[in-house]
Design a protein around this ligand. Structure first.
Ligand code: GLV
Ligand code: GLV
Length: 331
């Protein structure tokens, strides 16, 4: 009989995932509200064969070298820019993530954020709370219509595609840019493929759905804001570093664009004295796009199943570097 593998979980995740892990592994959980420190991670991974990590944990080559028994890293997220995947592959460590289960939840939220910014919901609620609501006003809190506006999607993967679907209900014209064209979705949803400049120039709302990679780092900066309409609004539920945040501030203050809703920031958490937080036309929320009870539970079981499969030498359902197992030969 094989020994029960030891697994480290870097935060409390929904119980369904922990229960699943406990059935197959010896599990240790970091129960702090904040992520484990680097020192804690280095120490805890000394003996661990598997780690269930969060996007707040940096899993790099140094950490892997301090974890000689580590065979699998299962990220509780769709994004995995917190993990050095190449270093993992070189060390025969399987990396997994949680795509699919959070697609609709994240798209729902992104649309919510879009609507909040377009119709000034946060600002308006604040106005009421501050006791400033005196009467119904013809000019009070005027915003922009979503319906029949042009939505520009940068990145048309799962979440971008789910945004496009929602946009059809609002009769929006949808432009998209991606490295890959998606002819089926173009046809089914009436999407229009365009180069990045055209998407930026023609869209009323721009929503980012790319992973963070060296190519997408600061993909939206001063030049891109200049290209956008002065009435344009940006929403970002991907990764903070896809946007040059200083340039975003300047664009919002100078009127180069008219609003932004960001669920992701650079750094995270955002400093509480960040100047963006002083702007009425910017809504900042704490990286919660996938935060529905249902999605987070599914993410927990998916991350746990992936980890167990990888530790048992089976191909997990959601590998990032499946070649690790192919190289070793499947058992
Ligand atoms: C959240 O940002 C995720 O990548 O799942
Ligand atoms: C607004 O409430 C209206 O009735 O027009």
């Amino acid at each position: 009989m094989e020994a029960v593998p030891s697994v480290y979980v870097t935060r409390l995740i929904p119980k369904a995932g922990l229960d699943l892990l406990r059935g197959c592994a010896q599990v240790k959980v970091w129960e702090g509200e904040l992520p484990p420190s680097r020192e804690v991670l280095l120490q805890e991974l000394e003996e661990a064969e598997g780690v269930l990590s969060l996007l707040t944990d940096t899993i790099d080559a140094e950490l892997m070298d301090a974890a000689p028994r580590l065979r699998a890293v299962s990220n509780y997220a769709i994004g995995y820019d917190n993990i050095d995947v190449q270093a993992a592959t070189e060390r025969g460590i399987m990396v997994c993530h949680t795509p699919g289960v959070l697609t609709d939840t994240t798209a729902d939220f992104t649309f919510t954020l879009l609507a909040c910014v377009a119709r000034r919901v946060v600002e308006a609620a604040q106005y009421v709370r501050e006791g400033r609501w005196k009467t119904w006003g013809p000019m009070l809190c005027l915003g922009y219509d979503l319906h029949r506006a042009t939505l520009g999607l940068i990145g048309l993967g799962r979440i971008g595609g789910a945004m496009a679907k929602r946009a059809t209900g609002f009769e929006m014209r949808v432009l998209y840019h991606d490295l890959q064209r998606q002819p089926i979705q173009e046809q089914e949803l009436g999407l229009v493929y365009a180069d990045l400049d055209t998407v930026l120039r023609e869209s009323d709302f721009i929503s980012l759905h790319t992973p963070l990679t060296p190519e997408t780092f600061h993909m939206i900066g001063a030049e891109q804001f200049k290209t956008m309409k002065n009435t344009a609004m940006l929403v970002n539920t991907s990764r903070g570093q896809v946007v040059d945040q200083k340039a975003l501030y300047d664009a919002l203050v100078s009127g180069e664009i008219s609003g932004a809703g960001i669920d992701v920031t650079d750094p995270e958490p955002m400093d509480h004295d960040d100047p963006l937080l002083e702007l009425d036309n910017c809504v900042v929320v704490p990286h919660i796009a996938s935060a529905s009870i249902a999605a987070r539970t599914l993410m927990a079981t998916m991350a746990a199943e992936n980890l167990v499969a990888a530790l048992q030498g089976r191909m997990p359902r959601n590998p990032v570097n499946p070649e690790v197992l192919d190289l070793k030969g499947r058992r």
